[in-house]
Design a protein around this ligand. Sequence first.
Ligand code: HEM
Length: 130
Amino acid sequence: MTYLILKYLHVSCVILSGSGFFLRGLWMLDNSPRLQQPLVRVVPHIVDTVLLASAVAMVVISAQYPFVVGWLTAKLIGLLIYIGCGSMALKRGRSLRQRRFFFFAALLALAYIVSVAWTRNPLGPLTWIG
Ligand code: HEM
């Protein structure tokens, strides 16, 4: 029961985090001042913290750990790439071209993580092809 609640919480945060990132990416491309609103700056940190905390709780309850179970290792690496590319896209990218590239790369990383979660296989989308 607790596990199921955590999983729903995790997936809800995934939807909020992904759609929020997509929206902020569009604002970044549009050079919109909305990106600087206090709420827009704070809420993603809260959502991402809950997303990660629910992941950690499920990992502990199920006793399936990254660096032991392949698909969890893949998700963790995917998450680091998503965070790195996301930060380049929204904050650190030096030119619009660079920011656009990293925005696209972060969305790809996110799609990869979701595909790994669904297939429970580090190959992600390739699982469906093979
Ligand atoms: C942006 C990062 C993440 C995204 C987009 C994401 C996405 C998802 C999705 C969509 C599911 C539901 C899968 C289903 O429908 O069965 C899920 C479940 C899960 N995720 Fe994540 N996840 C992320 C980060 C993580 C991390 C870092 C970990 C731990 C290393 C993790 C561990 C889990 C676990 C244990 C489940 C439950 C699997 C199950 O029992 O069915 N997630 N994740």
